[in-house]
Design a protein around this ligand. Structure first.
Ligand code: AMP
Ligand code: MN
Ligand code: MN
Length: 323
């Protein structure tokens, strides 16, 4: 069984690195800190953890988050015995950390994206799982790992955020069963909800209203999108908070919307698209644009200015006759 191979690899590795994906969210960070905590409690081993981009302020409350090193603070010539990627849908999603992954003696890919190409030596990828953290609760159960309150908090954050607080279609009875286990292990649901969703700054809320206010609607309002420019983020004093968190879902929440997307301007000629739907398989759109994801929540990095990226996305949707 794959979980026994995971157990074997952890037992036989001295130096372990846990890796999260670019533009980290609650699931990649919750899974990474959660696995760090599980390995510490159950194997008495410390792992290194790395992030390739800034950690959003909202997740700074996660246990062990202060141990996460930026990739630039890890010697790139280092050879780890074991590298475990968490919630990393494709190798390039961990950017500079790929070097360390490629050099490691053993590699493990724990994930839940259906577009994951099983790129590691050992792959534990379950597209039925709502979150990578849900996959980890299953692993913990199978290997009879003790789940401490700290581990439970991390894993609960992963599940809570990837299910949009247990309301997206990826929420199953298993999701709720596992969330229940985490509550039994000492998580306070209201406390974690408030930490994840009720600590937005005034600037962020005003920024999101601004983005919604200038949203564009096409295909008889079936497609809703908005563009986030760097200069606007600066105007609203963006400072490490993920100002676009939940923005795409707000456009999807309009009754007429079939596909919603947000295009965010990154550095020189690169844009990030974040796409959501209630009914259409949009993973195929984002895969065609060089990204990937889930059926109803997907994304891609596009080498184009935001306006060009919007054209490419609309072309892709229209060519596939999706709406
Ligand atoms: P986001 O819109 O960034 O929240 O992403 C939605 C879902 O698609 C998440 O599960 C992401 O992990 C996944 N995703 C986003 N961008 C990519 C990409 N470039 N490649 C593969 N999966 C992605
Ligand atoms: Mn993620
Ligand atoms: Mn995830």
């Amino acid at each position: 069984m794959v979980v026994n191979q995971l157990d074997f690899s952890i037992k036989n590795s001295k130096n372990i690195l846990l890796v999260s994906h670019i533009n980290p969210d609650g699931d990649t960070l919750g899974s990474m800190c959660g696995l760090h905590s599980l390995i510490l409690d159950n194997y008495k081993k410390q792992c290194d953890m790395t992030a390739v981009s800034q950690i959003p302020n909202v997740y700074k409350f996660l246990p062990y988050i202060d141990k996460v090193k930026h990739i630039s603070d890890i010697d790139s010539s280092r050879e780890y015995d074991l590298v475990i990627n968490l919630d990393v849908a494709a190798p390039d999603r961990c950017v500079e950390a790929q070097v360390l992954f490629n050099k490691a003696k053993e590699t493990i890919n724990i994930d839940h994206h259906k577009t994951n190409p099983n790129y590691a030596k050992l792959n534990i990828v379950d597209p039925q799982a709502s979150a990578t953290s849900e996959v980890l609760v299953g692993i913990a159960q199978k290997l009879d790992w003790k789940i401490s309150q700290k581990s439970a908090i991390c894993l609960y954050v992963g599940i809570l955020t990837d299910t949009g607080s247990f309301k997206f279609s990826n929420t199953t009875s298993r999701t709720l069963e596992y969330a229940g286990k985490l509550l039994d292990a000492g998580v306070c649901a209201s406390d974690i909800y408030q930490k994840c969703y009720e600590t937005n700054s005034k600037d962020m809320v005003l920024f999101q209203s601004f983005c919604i206010n200038k949203a564009e609607f096409t295909n008889n309002d079936k497609i809703a999108y908005t563009i986030v420019y760097k200069k606007d983020l600066e105007k609203f004093n963006n400072n490490g908070e993920d100002f676009t968190d939940g923005l795409t879902e707000k456009l999807r929440a309009i009754a007429t919307t079939e596909i919603a997307f947000v295009v965010k301007e990154l550095n020189a000629g690169t844009s990030k698209v974040s796409m959501r739907s209630r009914t259409k398989d949009i993973a195929q759109i984002c895969t065609a644009l060089g990204g990937g994801g889930h059926t109803l929540a997907a994304g891609a990095l596009i080498k184009a200015t935001p306006q060009k990226a919007v054209k490419m996305i609309l072309n892709e949707i229209n060519n596939k006759n999706l709406c």
